[in-house]
Design a protein around this ligand. Structure first.
Ligand SMILES: Cc1ncc(C[n+]2csc(CCOP(=O)(O)OP(=O)(O)O)c2C)c(N)n1
Ligand code: SF4
Ligand SMILES: [Mg+2]
Length: 352
């Protein structure tokens, strides 16, 4: 009879949360020399991600703005070891690197130590082209890695084509508003973090983040790397070029995405769901700002009429009022299930 091999879990670095901005490390691991647009939030995400992870980190990056603009003609802004990976391959690159490091340590070829493995991808590379590789990666409990998807809501590097994460109605090079059809893109944005959390029981940690709340974001990255196993973070990144606004507004747009409820901040740790930051207060009853304030600051929605804004607002309201978990799980419970759950909760209460 063959015995099943036990899967050894490698130790992780214990990255305590930064307790306030003054406690954030001063060292930079993504530094000068990149050529991203002025006001690019994705570049800020790279900088904060590397700072949160620290020096003993290997970073892998899918094709996209954060590859192309950060490694031009033999120069790079990465200070930690970095490798480019194919557009849809962040999941396989993460598993392969974690497995490779584990094997080298087991064979004594490199020192035994916990090394962070982070694979990043854009929304095109992650939520569209690389979804299957990320999904497969999240089923490997024996490897420690973080996949971070920076979502600028388009295939930005190849000139702002529509992705599965582009919001309803946005003007992209694939969905320009015209005289015959004002709204060309009528699909609603995929719910990537919720989908991955709901469908991958071995995935230890999933979170959404927003670099306008930098400390909270960095601490989610530190938490993911400390928890270990396969983990996933989805970051919403304002993109001045693709979203068409003055670069000075990047930070404000990141805040407005959360305050209007367009971008709920949540984390799922070992299957337990929690809102955090301003989204927590929204879930507890704080009023959401009208979505108009977010949309009308961006040229990609300049063709919206009041009717379009109302449609968008209603969809956001539905996310918060009708989804099983607001902004995260877009399943509505049928009346029979609601009744059955209420009955079993009442039975549980009476038996206690
Ligand atoms: C297999 C493959 N198809 C197409 C391309 C061309 N390409 C390079 S970057 C890119 C856009 C990627 O979009 P996203 O992942 O959202 O990253 P962003 O450019 O927005 O940062 C595309 C289509 C490629 N490199 N590889
Ligand atoms: S197109 Fe957008 S994501 Fe790409 S470098 Fe410019 S601002 Fe950043
Ligand atoms: Mg993109």
């Amino acid at each position: 009879m063959t015995m099943a091999k036990t899967l050894s879990i490698m130790p992780t670095q214990n990255l305590e949360p930064f307790k306030g901005v003054k406690k954030i490390a001063l060292e930079e691991y993504f530094t000068s020399g990149h050529r991203t647009c002025q006001g690019c939030e994705s570049a800020l995400v790279m900088k904060l991600m590397a700072k949160a992870a620290g020096p003993r980190t290997v970073i892998l990056g899918s094709t996209g703005c954060m590859y192309v603009a950060n490694t031009t003609y033999y120069s790079t802004s990465w200070v930690v070891p970095w490798m480019h990976t194919q557009l849809g391959a962040s999941g396989s690159a993460a598993v392969g690197t974690a497995a490779g490091l584990k094997a080298l340590m087991r064979k004594g070829r490199i020192k035994q130590e916990p090394i962070n493995v982070i694979a990043f991808c854009g929304d095109g590379g992650g939520a569209d082209m690389g979804l299957s590789s990320i999904s497969a990666a999240l089923t490997y409990p024996e490897y420690n890695f973080l996949i971070l998807m920076y979502d600028n809501e388009s295939y930005a590097n190849t000139d702002i084509q529509l992705s599965g994460m582009t919001p309803y109605g946005a003007n992209t090079t694939f969905s320009p508003p015209g005289k015959a059809r004002r709204i060309l893109h009528k699909r609603w944005k995929k719910n990537m973090a919720g989908m991955l959390a709901a469908g991958h029981p071995e995935c230890r940690y999933v979170a959404t983040v927003d670099a306008s709340y930098a400390l909270e974001m960095m601490n989610r990255i530190r938490k993911a790397l400390t928890i270990g196993g396969p983990t996933f973070i989805h970051s919403l990144d304002p993109c001045p070029k693709g979203w068409d606004y003055d670069p000075i507004q990047s930070h404000t747009l990141g805040e407005l995405a959360v305050e209007t409820g367009v971008w709920p901040l949540f984390e799922v740790e070992d299957g337990v769901f929690k809102f955090y930051g301003k989204s927590k207060s929204i879930a507890q009853g704080r009023k959401r700002k009208p979505v108009r304030e977010y949309l009308l600051r961006q040229g990609r929605f300049a063709h919206f009429t009041d009717e379009d804004i109302e449609y968008f607002q209603n969809k956001i309201n539905q996310m918060w009022e009708r989804w099983l978990i607001p902004g995260a799980v877009c399943i509505k419970m049928g009346d029979d299930i609601k009744k059955a759950l209420a009955t079993s909760e009442a039975e549980l209460a009476s038996s206690n």
